[in-house]
Design a binder for this molecule. Structure first.
Ligand code: M6R
Length: 610
């Protein structure tokens, strides 16, 4: 949550920072702000989007150093005063923060006792005041004051600090919130996400927790909180500007929906050999034995990634014959810790920075479990902290509503399940070959679904103002129902519930009347008869059936008011196709309702706080 950008070099800092903030706006968009200095500190900030901040900067300035922030509010409502940057009492120091300072109330009380005045309701302002109070003891060393302040702070932070008495440096620190240094030629950038620096450099240094760095135009030095000096690896970024721009689409979400055939091809490339009937996932090759010997698998994730995890559960249990538990990472991290040696945890995360998922993985590793990552963002915290892993290679996902990451995560979990089952001998050669060959044809079939997406226009228009939606699925259709409901509620603000179709009788059926659109996901052959009965139950209560079926499923089509078909595919792979019409339905409805699809209210792309 919250985006941070900083610049020091020969360019006009505010221009670089505004561009960077625009790229990071998907991380939070309640308010935005910038601080720069050329002797005296200037702050521009306020509630609203980065475009509004840009207007405040009209008229220009020549500062070559500055920091900026786009906020997702935790402490204090989104307003001008609570916007970052926050300043020290002297007005010489400004900082931006991503994370939560848990002991801010006691620190604030202590600082107030020393005469400090506070203006905002944020937890962040105490950090600015605390650093300044410590700097007074040794006014020559800003880094030291930051280290001393952080030693008193509980919580999480990505911090960037500037001070007019230190005109040639930015001090940054990280604990629990991502931060990287973009190493340029005669210039340096800092950012919470690589997309903000990609235009200027492909050389990045990822900071780890407990590190503080002093960034100058030509150099950076990284230290621990105890001031031990560190040598950090410089990574090469593989991120093209094209990938992080809309490329003619009105919204990133639509671009990302239509990118799915390519994303899945990229995900399969070099891993799947349809001719030989083999799969090779280099990232888990050295832990195959441990994975297949596991007593149980625990899949931990949040949101859409948790839905992919349920698809994973069905796949691993049926193909690999190992019991699987799918856990919300946020619950798992505070449960009685029964995970230990012999267990394998698979953490699924698009961003690789979700705070709860990161905490769950740390706990599992501490207890001796093997932890495998299924992650999109290369070099992210989760990717770096897992024992082994498989990247999903979906390319940057910028729309807050996850789309191509879901299908690429499911693809990786499918590849893993088949490869491990082949290794363990729990899948027949015939079945493995069939699944591999069908997986190979998924990008083509996805394209066929996308090519007829306009068939969803009419039903989208008809139900754009429905107050509620119900999504029902069985077996592999159930996680798709959950995902369809999540997509609709997060971008169109329509209340939607996803349920296992038969579970409907245990409560939600009371909601059904002639006003209720019920989306049924009927893409799995082995549960079709049962699904037909569930549809009849809805129809008997006058519910409006919108069905997603595989081609030729006339039985369900005939029971539906509206039906959309996807190409035939093995049941195990059906989520990869049936989810696409649901993504498009949500997108169409959100657009009809005038919603900002890429930046839905109250949300942020990557949830880096608890
Ligand atoms: O980056 P992650 O996959 O760990 O993120 C998990 C969730 O925050 C994310 O999937 C969220 O639910 C999306 N907004 C769903 O579209």
């Amino acid at each position: 949550m919250c985006g941070i950008v900083g610049y020091i070099g020969d360019k006009r800092a505010s221009e670089v920072i505004i561009k960077g903030l625009k790229r990071l706006e998907y991380r939070g968009y309640d308010s935005a702000g910038i601080a720069y200095h050329n002797g005296t500190l200037e702050i521009k900030k306020g509630k609203g989007k980065v475009a509004k901040l840009e207007q405040m900067l009209e008229g220009g300035n020549s500062a070559k150093l500055g920091i900026g922030h786009t906020r997702w509010a935790t402490h204090g409502e989104p307003n001008d005063i609570n916007s970052h940057p926050h300043t020290s009492s002297s007005g010489k120091l400004a900082l931006v923060h991503n994370g939560i300072i848990e002991n801010y109330a006691s620190l604030k009380k202590m600082l107030e006792g020393n005469g400090c005045e506070f203006y905002s309701e944020t937890d962040t302002e105490v950090v600015a005041k605390l650093i300044e109070s410590l700097l007074e003891k040794d006014p020559k060393d800003l880094k030291k004051a930051v280290q001393l302040a952080l030693a008193q702070i509980d919580g999480t932070y990505g911090l960037a600090i500037i001070h007019t008495d230190f005109p040639e440096q930015i001090v940054v620190a990280r604990k629990g919130s991502p931060l990287l240094i973009g190493v340029g030629n005669g210039e340096m950038l800092i950012a919470s996400d690589a997309s903000a620096v990609a235009e200027y450099t492909d050389q990045v240094v990822y900071l780890d927790d407990g590190e503080v760095a002093v960034i100058k135009k030509d150099e950076y030095q990284v230290h621990t909180l105890d001031d031990d000096s560190l040598i950090k690896e410089v990574h090469e970024l593989a991120l093209s500007l094209e990938e992080i721009e809309k490329g003619g689409y009105p919204f990133f979400m639509l671009k990302e929906i239509f990118e799915q055939p390519k994303a899945i091809s990229d995900c399969l490339r070099g891993r799947l050999n349809a001719k030989e009937g083999t799969i090779t996932l280099g990232g888990i090759s050295r832990v195959m034995e441990q994975l297949t010997d596991a007593k149980r698998l625990i899949i931990a994730a949040c949101g859409t990634s948790w839905h992919s995890g349920i698809v994973g559960e069905y796949l691993f249990e049926s193909l690999l014959k190992i019991p699987v538990e799918v856990e919300y990472a946020s619950e798992l991290r505070y449960k009685e810790s029964l995970i230990g040696e012999g267990d394998v945890m698979i953490v699924v995360s698009q961003s690789g920075e979700t705070a709860d998922t990161l905490a769950a993985l740390r706990r599992a590793r501490k207890n001796g479990a093997l932890v495998i990552g299924v992650v999109n963002v290369v070099g992210s915290s989760i990717a770096r902290e897992t024992d082994a892993g498989v990247y999903i290679h979906a390319g940057p996902e910028i729309g807050v509503a996850s789309t191509k990451a879901f299908t690429a995560q499911v693809t990786v979990l499918t590849l893993m399940a088949i490869q491990l089952a082949q290794y363990k001998g729990t899948i027949s050669d015939e079945k493995a070959r069939k699944l591999i060959s069908e997986l190979d044809s998924i990008p083509k079939k996805m394209q066929q679904v996308l090519d007829k997406s306009s068939e969803l226009d009419q039903v989208s228009d008809l139900f754009s103002y429905a107050p509620n939606f119900l999504y029902l699925g069985r077996s592999f259709g159930f996680p798709v129902a959950l995902e369809g409901a999540l997509k609709l509620k997060e971008i169109s603000y329509i209340h939607a519930e996803g349920y296992p179709a038969a579970e409907m009788k245990h409560g939600p059926i009371a909601l059904i009347d002639e006003m209720m659109p019920v989306v049924v996901i009927a893409g799995t052959r082995h549960t079709n008869d049962k699904m037909v009965s569930n549809i009849e139950e809805v129809k008997a209560r006058k519910g409006r059936i919108i069905s997603i079926v595989t081609e030729g499923n006339e039985e369900v089509e005939n029971l539906s008011e509206f039906s959309f078909s996807v190409p035939e595919v093995a049941d195990e792979l059906s989520p990869l196709l049936t989810v696409i019409p649901l993504q498009i339905l949500s997108y169409n409805i959100a657009v009809n309702r005038g919603c900002n699809v890429d930046q839905p209210r109250n949300l942020a792309k990557s949830v880096t706080v608890e």
